[in-house]
Design a protein around this ligand. Structure first.
Ligand code: ADP
Length: 371
């Protein structure tokens, strides 16, 4: 195989959708995949099977690639520093990625920058939690995703599970939010930054269910503030590629940062069909230090609904039913086996009437879920 231009660590759906943009740009990707048939390994011919915590596997996958990027944030920082010492540019680099890997480090750094966050404290005992006060949200500082490792705690008894494993924990105030927003920016090592429209993300059981772009009836000043905040965080933390800043809009109209993701993000999937340049293309452009593309929406409204594993076992067979019912909804299947609640695809609808766009996207997703 010829020398790859970019190594991508992790073979999930994000890497799969990066490949979709890489094809157009002519970027040769080499992938480190968890298995021979994982989502992205199905579409990236040049892949190596191995574990992202194994430095030798990382080295084999990276080979001569000058730039390395990621499908997830779980590569140990010491491995990233080793790859950098061997001449590969990790984008984002370990100095930035730390703040997406460790929620306590993220809170401390954002606090130092004066970025508004929920009141928080690291806790190591039940006494610490008592002192913090209830109600609280207790989170593992590392390794949580899709609401796993997050507990709403209204009394000492609710914290049993959080304290069961001996892990570092963070306590946060339980924010009374009106809704959750997400501000996505793309940034290149040269310092170019572009913001996507601020979106509303709706979660069910800690998992993103649907995203509306732009966030309906968002105050224009708040939208501007959210974009400025995300751009500032990207610049201060020296993030390259996509940064997603998950936000709470509080009942009294303030913005608080929930968490950061430094890779294409579920709240940006609408951009594949709904924006001038998708988040995946801008991630590639960013990490390769190419000029970034326009982030404007193509339509008044885009709605992305996740397809979570449900009753329908054969999504490919069901595709014809979905397309017959909703021919103008864009379907994205991830090539993953259906398991209950697992993200196995998404659909996006767009147009000028929000109610119509929402209804079409939800209908298509429901046909993939309940049949
Ligand atoms: P994960 O890393 O699993 O995505 P998050 O920190 O984003 O974890 O939390 C998952 C969900 O839990 C959030 O989307 C939000 O709905 C809720 N949540 C998290 N922190 C708070 C908080 N401080 N107050 C209220 N709800 C919260």
């Amino acid at each position: 195989m010829p020398t790859p231009e970019l190594a991508v660590i992790g073979g999930g759906q994000l890497a799969r959708m990066m490949q979709q943009s890489a094809i157009g740009l002519g970027v040769r990707i080499r992938l480190l995949a968890e298995g021979p048939d994982v989502s992205a390994a199905q579409v990236v011919p040049d892949h190596v099977v191995g574990d992202h915590t194994d430095l030798d596997a990382l080295r084999t996958a990276v080979g001569d690639a000058p730039v390395v990027t990621f499908d997830h944030e779980h590569v140990p920082p010491e491995h990233l520093r080793a790859l950098e010492a061997e001449g590969h540019a990790c984008r984002p680099g370990p100095h930035a990625l730390l703040y997406a890997q460790d929620k306590a480090a993220m809170r401390e750094r954002l606090g130092a920058l004066g970025v508004p966050c929920p009141r928080n404290a690291t806790i190591s005992s039940r006494d610490d939690l008592e002192a913090f006060g209830y109600p609280a949200v207790v989170k593992t500082t590392r390794g949580g995703y899709d609401g796993k490792g997050v507990w709403v705690v209204r009394s000492a008894a609710d914290a049993d599970e959080a304290f069961a494993a001996d892990r570092p924990l963070l306590a946060e105030e339980l924010v009374d939010f009106r809704r959750e927003l997400s501000a996505l920016v793309a940034r290149s090592p040269s310092g170019e930054v572009r913001s996507y429209p601020v979106v509303e993300s709706r979660q069910v059981g800690g998992v993103c269910a649907e995203v509306i772009a732009p966030a309906p009836e968002l105050d224009a000043d708040l939208a501007t503030a959210a974009k400025a905040l995300a751009e500032r965080i990207a610049t201060e933390l020296d993030v390259t590629g996509i940064l997603a800043v998950e936000l709470f809009e509080t009942a009294d109209g303030r913005l608080l940062v929930n968490e950061l993701a430094m890779r294409p993000h579920n709240t940006g999937h609408w951009s594949i069909d709904g924006a001038e340049t998708s988040q995946f293309e801008n991630h590639l452009r960013g990490v390769l230090d190419l000029p970034l593309g326009c982030t404007h929406a193509r339509a008044s409204w885009s709605v992305m609904v996740n397809v979570l594993g449900g009753d329908v076992e054969d999504l490919v067979a069901q595709r014809a039913v979905v397309l017959a019912a909703e021919p103008d909804v864009k379907v994205h299947l991830y090539g993953k086996a259906v398991k209950a609640g697992r993200k196995v695809g998404h659909v996006t609808a767009y147009g000028s009437d929000l109610d119509d766009v929402l209804a079409r996207a939800r209908h298509a997703a429901s046909l993939f879920t309940v049949g």
